[in-house]
Design a protein around this ligand. Structure first.
Ligand code: PAF
Length: 286
């Protein structure tokens, strides 16, 4: 496995792979890799000939009060995980390499970025979209792999590729869960044992929502309301939002669509957690 810290070196390595006729897969990450990320790298390994993992804690997607400084950066451990999962190249630039001068051009995402996560993180998805487009321009992948856990993120990146004609196929991989049901997240390390127990209410409520949804007697509005009530009743959990939406624009619709997704964000202690579940499918995760 090779590593590169500069854009120029990464471009050179990827160009050689492309010249050799290889299909290039990219897995953008902020490091602190867990089994969810590993499943993305493994999916890229199965579907592509050359796998680039990017590790970059992107400052422009954090609000000033968020956890940029304390975001975990276990770099050596991350490299081991990338190698074991079959990555060919890890691109891990510095902030100066990615944002060398004062920027004049940033992406701005429309309405889709202002709902749900956007309500409490208004500039977050502009930062995500901008860095993802930069990472695509640097690594020129044929395919890029994202987790369904960040459901709104993958929906926005799909729109980014559609609206700006970015020739990258977006592959969304299922959420990986701990045996308890807790969705894997780099931020789970912030949870105390008690908070971890409390956090399990989220995946439980989502599973109940899916069961209710699959009962022909329930309406979408009832499932949405019950999901909210279930989570509002949990001690130690401060609900940010809980809803049932269609999976493209993420709007609330009371008419049942071919697929619908339940989205949740909540704070447990100081940690903000998000999770979601597709409601038509029977598998755990989405
Ligand atoms: O999902 C993440 O880890 C980040 O938002 C991403 C896509 C790597 C952009 O910084």
């Amino acid at each position: 496995m090779q590593t590169a810290t500069t854009i120029a070196e990464t471009r050179r390595i990827v160009r050689d792979a492309r010249v050799a006729g290889k299909i290039v897969g990219c897995v953008p990450t902020m490091g602190a890799l867990h089994a969810g990320h590993v499943s993305l790298i493994e999916a890229a390994r199965r579907e592509c000939d050359f796998v680039v993992v990017t590790i970059f804690v992107n400052p422009t997607q954090f609000a000033p009060h968020e956890d940029l400084e304390k975001y975990p950066r276990p770099f050596k451990n991350d490299l081991e995980k990338c190698e074991a999962a079959g990555a060919d190249l890890v691109f891990h630039p510095s902030v100066d390499e990615m944002y060398p001068v004062e920027r004049q051009v940033n992406l701005h995402v429309g309405d889709l970025a202002s709902r749900w996560e956007g309500t409490s993180r208004p500039d977050h998805f502009d930062g995500v979209a901008t860095v993802v487009l930069k990472l695509f321009n640097i690594t020129l992948p044929d395919k890029a792999f994202f987790g369904a856990k960040d459901f709104q993120q993958q929906a926005i990146i799909r729109c980014l590729c559609r609206d700006l004609d970015v020739p990258v196929e977006i592959v969304t991989c299922p959420t990986v869960r701990e045996e308890s049901g807790l969705a894997m997240s780099s931020r789970n390390v912030y949870l105390s044992d008690t908070e971890r127990e409390t956090a399990l209410a989220i995946s439980r409520a989502l599973t109940n929502a899916r069961d209710r949804f699959q009962n022909p007697q329930s309406t979408v509005a009832e499932v949405r309301q019950q999901l909210r009530q279930d989570l509002e009743a949990v001690d130690g959990l401060e609900l940010d939002y809980a809803t049932v939406v269609e999976p493209v624009e993420l709007t609330e619709s009371d008419d049942e669509q071919p697929e619908m997704v339940a989205l949740v964000a909540a704070r447990v202690g100081k940690t903000r957690l998000i999770d979601n579940m597709l409601l038509h499918s029977s598998e755990q995760g989405s």
